[in-house]
Design a protein around this ligand. Structure first.
Ligand SMILES: [Zn+2]
Length: 447
């Protein structure tokens, strides 16, 4: 595809959001009804979509000849800690952006991420919009219900967007979090602690359940000897006892509770059933430093030791895929999240893998796209995101090929727009090359 920048103004070159741009000859993908428009013109002014005819003389024109989708979201992301160094943080943000991710929900925040959120919003740092949790609520950080209340209050005052729940919470502490957070109106999302259990979470207003945590325990019949035993990571110890006929009831109860799920299924498949050598040799691994890649491989080896057989691992993966499908069919919201960067989930690349898995699990390509676009906007209560009409925020991805024909076409990225700032393929490639170079480009071959 040929992309022609007719007149790139200095404002756009500097990355400011001000200015106007017209996409010529572009087809809009409607993720809600699964349709594609005729080729048309789309205008963008000062970071918002407008009727192209209202722009007399655009600052820039993109001869698109492709398909436009709303920018994607990674709803279970790990923005590196600031102590990892500014370059590492910025490179990770650019990896997401270059793969069409215009919103990330950071699931392990820290004070530095609040500053970063502002820098990203101002366009000072190129990258997706950041929605961030604070430091995690877990068995070590929360010593009592009183401590839980204080921590909720402090994080709310600090300005975090949500509270991150990690394992190890006791029911009394969880109840205190729920009570305080509901009173303040702040979202709490993440894991389901074993002692808390999914039943208690269904009674709460928890925003998202991540990793499908907590479901495995309720898929084991009461008379099975695995019932009530240590579930291990996401129920991996319970595979023998998990039965599929519990899934419809769990899906219905999730829908009734109004709780969304962020499956991070690609992460689980990476370590459970993925071909590790093939995953390590993927092109995307050139952006990952060799030491991190080595840690990932080591972690997979450890996790695989918890299965009795590869048939068990396959059964586990299939049951989880079925749960995703039935949650979706029952009307429970699915939000795309891949837990990047983490165990072979490369930032940005991992969301495309995750979406492809949703399609394999039974969603249509449009439904899979919605999990990363319109569902996210609905979940966050944002009417002007995840959409392509005039008035919507211009967070956009231009694709060469129709993603409704093949979900893998979400990878055919010709350019990404973030709040009106246009990153064409050339600009993205230059950034990606620099990241690969800093990562030590190609050294994973030696691992
Ligand atoms: Zn995580």
């Amino acid at each position: 595809m040929r992309i022609l920048i007719a007149a790139l103004t200095l404002t756009l070159a500097l990355g400011a959001q001000a200015g106007s741009l017209v996409f010529e000859n572009v087809r809009l993908v409607d993720v809600k009804d699964g349709s594609v428009s005729e080729p048309m013109r789309v205008g963008v002014v000062d970071g918002f979509i407008v009727d192209a005819d209202s722009i007399e003389q655009p600052d820039a024109t993109v001869e698109a000849d492709g398909f436009l989708i709303p920018g994607l979201a990674e709803m279970h992301a790990h923005v590196p800690q600031m102590r990892a160094g500014e370059q590492v943080v910025h490179d990770t943000l650019m990896l997401w952006l270059a793969h069409g991710i215009t919103t990330v929900r950071g699931m392990l925040g820290e004070p530095g991420h609040l500053t970063l959120r502002q820098q990203l919003a101002n366009g000072e740092v190129p990258g997706p919009r950041l929605v961030t949790s604070g430091p995690s609520f877990n068995g070590s950080s929360v010593s009592s219900p009183e401590a839980a209340r204080r921590m909720v209050l402090a994080q709310h005052e600090a300005g975090y967007d949500l509270l991150k729940l990690h394992p190890g919470l006791w029911p009394q502490a969880f109840d205190a979090i729920v009570e305080s957070a509901d009173r303040l109106g702040i979202d709490y999302s993440g894991h389901v602690s074993v002692a808390v259990g999914l039943e208690r979470v269904f009674e709460s207003s928890q925003g998202t359940i991540d990793h499908l945590d907590g479901y495995a325990q309720l898929m084991v019949p009461e008379d099975h000897d695995r019932h009530g035993t240590d579930p291990g990571l996401f129920g991996v110890n319970l595979i023998d006892g998990m039965v599929a006929d519990r899934i419809p009831d769990l899906a219905r109860r999730t829908t009734d509770a109004g709780i969304a799920n962020v499956p991070t299924q690609s992460l689980v498949e990476n370590w459970a059933t993925g071909d590790v050598d093939a995953l390590m040799q993927r092109d995307a691994m050139r952006w990952i430093p060799a030491d991190m890649a080595a840690q990932w491989r080591e972690r997979v080896t450890q996790l695989r030791a918890s299965y009795d057989s590869s048939a068990d691992a396959e059964r586990y993966v299939e049951l989880r895929r079925r749960l995703i499908r039935e949650l979706h069919e029952a009307g429970a919201m699915i939000l795309a999240g891949a837990d990047s960067p983490q165990i072979l989930s490369v930032p940005g690349d991992a969301i495309h893998h995750e979406l492809a898995i949703y399609v394999d699990a039974g969603l249509t390509p449009a439904e899979a796209l919605a999990t990363a676009t319109s569902n996210v906007a609905d979940y966050l209560g944002e009417k002007n995101r995840g959409c392509l009409e005039p008035g919507c925020v211009a967070d956009l991805v231009l694709l060469e090929s129709n993603p409704l024909e093949d979900i893998d076409h979400t990878r055919s990225i010709q350019g990404v727009m973030r709040a009106g700032e246009w990153f064409d393929r050339g600009r993205l490639d230059t950034a990606l090359e620099a990241i690969a170079e800093r990562a030590g480009g190609g050294t994973t071959e030696n691992l």
